[in-house]
Design a protein around this ligand. Sequence first.
Ligand SMILES: Nc1ncnc2c1ncn2[C@@H]1O[C@H](COS(=O)(=O)NC(=O)[C@@H](N)CS)[C@@H](O)[C@H]1O
Ligand SMILES: [Zn+2]
Length: 477
Amino acid sequence: MEAETGALPTKDDFSGWYNEILWRAEIMDVRYPVKGLYVWFPHGFAIRKRAYQILRDLMDRDHQETMFPLLVPENEFMKEAAHIKGFENEVYWVTHGGKNELDVPLALRPTSETAIYPMYALWIRSHADLPLKLYQIVNTFRYETKHTRPLIRLREITSFKEAHTVHVTWDEAERQVEEAIELYRTFYRRLCVPVIVSRRPEWDKFPGADYTIAVDTIMPDGKTLQIGTVHLLGDHFSKTYNITFEGADGEQHYAYQTCYGISERSIAALISVHGDDKGLVLPPDVAPVEVVIVPIIVGKRRDEVLSAAAALEDDLRAAGFAVKMDARDLRPGAKYYYWEMRGAVLRVEIGPRDIDANTVVIVTRSGEKHTIDRRGVVEGIGSILAQFREEIYGRAERSMADQIRIVGTVADAAEAVKTGVAVVHWCGSKECADAVEEAVDASILGSDIRSEHIPDSTGPCIVCGGSGKSAMVARTY
Ligand SMILES: Nc1ncnc2c1ncn2[C@@H]1O[C@H](COS(=O)(=O)NC(=O)[C@@H](N)CS)[C@@H](O)[C@H]1O
Ligand SMILES: [Zn+2]
């Protein structure tokens, strides 16, 4: 599995850089013989594991994790009209078991409303059963007809976290939407990925939802990536699946629901936003290797250096760091290159000079060098990691701010979307949205924007001049 050496394409050729880094940093093997399905290399899977542990810790504060079946009987799947409209061209069907044709075709879940809600109808009896807040992290299947791309647009979504909550009132469901948005903000802050939250236009909302709030980031090529969505479902699905409860008033009521999802696009964003021409740059919280120790082995003092490095490794592991000692028979420079490609956050060089001076040299992934006392190494590394996290988050925030242009004309919007997001005033009409898409080769991404980079303001719609509000226009993945 040893990937080749040699420089990565620069990030200006983002697509080339992205495909190459998935191979060279051992994230994904794209050679699996089914379109839209890819294989996690162990290193990539270790990043996913740490990122999703953060997500689970956040979800487990007030949700419960569970797991529903993958296969959904046709009659249940076909029940919710708007939902089917949204997925009928994307759903895979299982029609045979062995040589026997199944009497009821089974859908591979594209998302799990149709698997979960018939069970919610059995489970929920009284308002005392609410709110019910469950989630699962499963694989889902969507027969995507647009260009598939590893981690970004898959036919098997391998890391689909979907939460499905049930509430007594609409207001409580809306509060849950706000809590979900906050949870996503916290999650992406831990991944040091800057986000913009906005409300999708009516025609882009989740099939069957009342409205959809989306979490987007801006990729290095200026296109936006939707890295999370929160849907207020109202009582559409509860009416279809008969999810009712006896209220405090003794009457039967339809429940109000939300659902919200994140996929491995979160990992795509993490890799793309922070990576550089030397490889992955990872925030400490998700780096499989936070500290790599490289012993500088000099001739006769080889054993002394190796045992000092081993002692350091023990101390750092005992302190809870994800540490690895690289004692392979390679030149130090080759080791530096190897670990930079894989996103090790810090490297500690330890050689005879350091032993005599009782110091260690720490070099961060961004090239900052620190010489610290061996005795203070645990505190020292802890604070350098914390600084590193703020350094990469700050850099990502600044580059996102540079990719956002507030413009007043369609012509300026056409220019701005070449490198990022254009913020315009839009009246909210589909006609003007279509006119923008015609003229700008990008679409209305969302309005009711929540981002410190984008003031929410009003002004004349850039198409019709009617009263408009801030809206984003962008090319998207
Ligand atoms: N083909 C795909 N490949 C990778 N990620 C995807 C794909 N389709 C959707 N996603 C991601 O999954 C998230 C949730 O998908 S969704 O359709 O918007 N929402 C749902 O399915 C709801 N049931 C919430 S769980 C999206 O925001 C997007 O980030
Ligand atoms: Zn207009």
